[in-house]
Every structure is written in structure tokens, then in C-alpha cells.
Design a protein around this ligand. Sequence first.
Ligand code: NAG
Ligand code: NAG
Length: 459
Amino acid sequence: MARRITSFGVAFFFIGIVHGWGTSSFDSLTSEDLVTRKSVYRTPAFTLTPGEVSSKFYRVEFPKGHVGVRGFDAEVVDEAGNPVSLFEVYLHHWLTFNLYVKKTEKEAFLNEGYYGSNNPSTRFVGNSGLCRDGPGSTSWGLGSETRHTNTTIPPPYAIEIGNSENIPDGYEEMWEFNVHAIDTRGVADRPGCTECRCNLYGVVNDERGKPLPKDYIGGLECCYDGTKCRLKPGFESTKRTLYMQYTIRWIEWSENMVPVKKYVIDVTNTGSGCKIEYNTPTCSLSGFPTDCIDTRETTASLPEDSILIYAAAHQHVGARGASLYGANGKEICRSMPAYGFGSEAGNEAGYVVGMGACYPEPGSVKISSKDVLRMQSNYSTFRGRTGVMGLFNILVASDTYSMISFKKSDSVNLGYGIQELLNDYFLIIGFVGGIAAFGLGRYYQFRKQQSEGYQAVFK
Ligand SMILES: *[C@@H]1O[C@H](CO)[C@@H](O)[C@H](O)[C@H]1NC(C)=O
Ligand SMILES: *[C@@H]1O[C@H](CO)[C@@H](O)[C@H](O)[C@H]1NC(C)=O
């Protein structure tokens, strides 16, 4: 069962600075909401000064007991609980991992953390596979698009956690949270800092002190915890105290529910493992505009026959969408970025503030273990970029399960309706299709504004 955690995993886990338990939480269960609970938690506080990167690991709270998770939303907030704009704090990513920890070693674990590699008293659990080293192993995880990416899992499906039958004797299930945030107040080059360009961070060695290859010009290896991006000359500001606030929507597990498995397809996996990040070139203007898209592709197969319940991509600024194709080349999900166009948190101009999610009618998209899935990730190449990503997060149910579940789902649906009523307060900027076109239009406007010396936004 020992899981190998390489590259990305080691990079993060190696320092594994753990700052203790989540410091605050509250549970809401209103009298009308008899089924779905909503628990709001915060990670311990972290601080940032202009230009600085924080990438720490926290042991955090999760709903206790055998439950099904139906939604997981998160955002960076300040001490007063106000949402913090991506203009000030760029949320590069957040990730959650579950571990089984030996009960007898729990205290040590609480103090020292996982430290990744070879702590025999912890067992890494993660998700159901494909890209198990790196972000592919996370149970939940997103980036700047967190505020407007729908994570709701439709009933009767849910991610099952805390099932004592799966937890080895003498172990307990625990959760860790990694938050990678960059304070971009006053930085010299905002796109460059968010893309972790090594020259802007003055980084030549990775966080273990090993020299980076000469051709490594940007990506996570250059913006590890404690590094600092170049500021505009003379810029000064105060240290901020921040939290990651996360809201888990969950339900007590019952036999009416159908567990889903999570798989992550990483477009950088072209046979030799998941590299997580890649760089995109700058297009030559002669081919404008058709040549100004970089398309990467990979293939993957699921280990068992499944039905698709949910799919959404993860991409960075410059994203032009991602697609998943099933057997016979049919597109089964197209996930498009939503770009912000304003100044408030959740609508930051030029940033990817949401990714469209696909909800095929359960049972309508079957994926056989023999099928070869193909994934494409597109980026605009008007500008070359470093450290971009192309992931597809998919949730599937086992094909045999699905047949049983349809008969049983009625009672759960009732609760779902109430939950949706309670949770539908988000301002949705919009997803899919037309929005991309809209984003593109805006994008030209940003370029124009920028050349006219307005607010700095991405180009
Ligand atoms: C998320 O998706 C579910 C399932 O399609 C839908 O019912 C719900 O309204 C969506 N929520 C938001 C906030 O868009
Ligand atoms: C990505 O680009 C390819 C062409 O390179 C195109 O066929 C495909 O439709 C694009 N996908 C999306 C999601 O726009």
C-alpha cells in the first residue's frame, strides 16, 4: 500500500511545514435543511508581505464520521473574513490530501506533520488514481478559479469519506491542506510573478538547494514557500494575515448514496509520468490568429467500467479551454475558462475566475475500461507562458452501481433541492461557450487598456 510520492509531491511534502490544526470552524444546519450540512472551516493563519510566497501544509478539520461530500468550495479571506482579491493575493493552488495515521503516533503526527516520504505511521490515501504522483492524488484542489467553479456533486452521488471499513485497524483518517498563495501587491511584473518566472524570484536552486536546469525558466520550483517576487522600486506595504476558508457540503452516509471516484488526467502525462506544469510558446504573428493556440494532448484509460458524473478542467491564465473525448472520438466534456472583467474579488479582470463543469445525465456517458480517453488543453500563445497546467478532474461511478442507484435516489433528491436553495447565492459569472468569446473580446480590451497605461492586467 505504500504510495510513491514523487516530484511535485516531494517538493511540497519535503518541507512539510505544518502549523497545527485549523483554528476555527462553524457548522450550519438550519431547521429546513434536514439533509445536507454545510461546515465552514479555516486553515490556521498565514502571513504575506508584498511579493512573498506562502506554500505551507496544514492539518485541517473535516466533517467527522462516515459522510458523503457533495461540494467543496474555498477562498482566501482576511482576518475580518472578507474575500481577498486575486489582484492582491494570487491563489496559485490549494490541495487537500487524506492520510491514515496510526493512532499511537497521532500526537507526533500532529506536531511534526506528514513529511511525505517515509513516515511509517502514515499511509497516504489520495484519490483513485491515474496520476497518483502530484496533484493527481488530491481529493480536492483548484486554483484561482475556485470562486466560480461548481464543485457540487448531484445526488445520489458523493465522495465517501470516513468509512471505517476502509481505514486499517489502529489508524485514523486525517486531512492535510496545502495552500500556495503569492502576494502580488506592488510586484514588478504581475503575470511573471504569478507564472513563477525564476528570474523575477531570483531563484537558481530548488527548495532543497539543488541547482535547477538552465532551461527551467519558470514554474513551481521557483516559487516555493518563502521566496519573493521582485517588487516595483520603492514599493512598501504591510504584512497581511490571511486564511483559507473552505466550505464543505456533506451528508451522513446512507445506503441511498452512491460513491464516486475521482481521477485526474494531466495533459503533461505523455508516457513518462505527470509533469504537472508546462510552458507554452509565443506564436509567430504571421499565422495570426489561427496559429496562436497551443494545443496539448494526452490519453488515459480508467481501470474499470464507469459512468461519468462530473468533469471540469483546471487551467491557468491564457487558458482557452480543455476537452475530453471518449470512445470513437466523441467529445464528452468541454470545460471553458471564465475570465473576470471587474475589480472585485471573484471577478478580477484578466484572471481565470471559474472553469465550466460538465454534468452529463448520469448513465448517458459510459466509459469502458477498454476506452482510450483523449484530453486536449488549449492556451492562447500571444504571449509565452511558464508553469501552466492542463488537468481534467473527473468523477465517475462504477457502472454496476449506477443501475441500482436510480431506483433509490428519490429520497435524496428531496434534500438536494433544499440544499441547492440554500447554496445558490453565488454570483455566477458564467461558463461555457459564449463566455469564452466574451472573454476573448474583453481580452482585446485589456490589451488596449494596458497599452494605454491603465490598470495592469494580464495580456
Ligand atoms: C452546480 O451544478 C449543479 C448540477 O448541475 C446545479 O444544480 C447547480 O445549480 C450548480 N450550482 C451553481 C452554483 O451553479
Ligand atoms: C483546442 O484546439 C483545437 C485545435 O488545435 C481544437 O480542435 C479544439 O476544438 C480546441 N478545444 C477547445 C476546448 O476549444
